[in-house]
Ligand binder design. Structure first.
Ligand code: THU
Length: 130
């Protein structure tokens, strides 16, 4: 069974949760929404900290939402900045998305949807430990 990806819905959800971000230090709110293989949508926003290095990226919140709401595999991900423009996830968050989405999970970019195998080439992942 293939899951239809409604990119407009994911984009809207990412923009909505971006408005909930706690970013008093960088003033750079981020939102992310992702489609799970069972049709659920999970989402997260960045949560900063006075101890800057403790900051949780939006993708951390999204993965926490994924796991705490039942798990599953990420199919498609949209990350946005304050303008709603597609955001390039940081390296650590590419690893987070890869862990739960694998190489075929799609990330929306200004150049269209690209697989994680393009976003994080030659990735280290769960298969290395099995
Ligand atoms: N940020 C994210 O939430 N995700 C990313 O992939 C890139 C960066 C956040 C962290 C910090 O709160 C702000 O953006 C500026 O770096």
């Amino acid at each position: 069974m293939s899951t239809v990806i409604d990119w407009d819905v994911l984009h809207a959800q990412a923009k909505h949760i971006m408005t909930m971000a706690y970013a008093p230090y960088s003033h750079y709110p981020v939102g992310v929404a992702a489609l799970v293989d069972d049709g659920r949508i999970v989402a997260g926003c960045n949560v900063e900290n006075a101890s800057y290095g403790m900051t949780l990226c939006a993708e951390c919140g999204m993965v926490s939402d994924l796991i705490s709401s039942g798990g599953g595999k990420l199919i498609a991900v949209v990350c946005v900045d304050s303008a709603g423009a597609f955001l390039s996830p940081c390296g650590r968050c590419r690893q987070l998305i890869f862990e739960h989405g694998g190489p075929h999970c799609l990330l929306m970019t200004p150049a269209g949807a690209l697989p994680m195998s393009d976003i994080l080439p030659w990735a280290f992942g769960p298969d290395h430990l099995s």
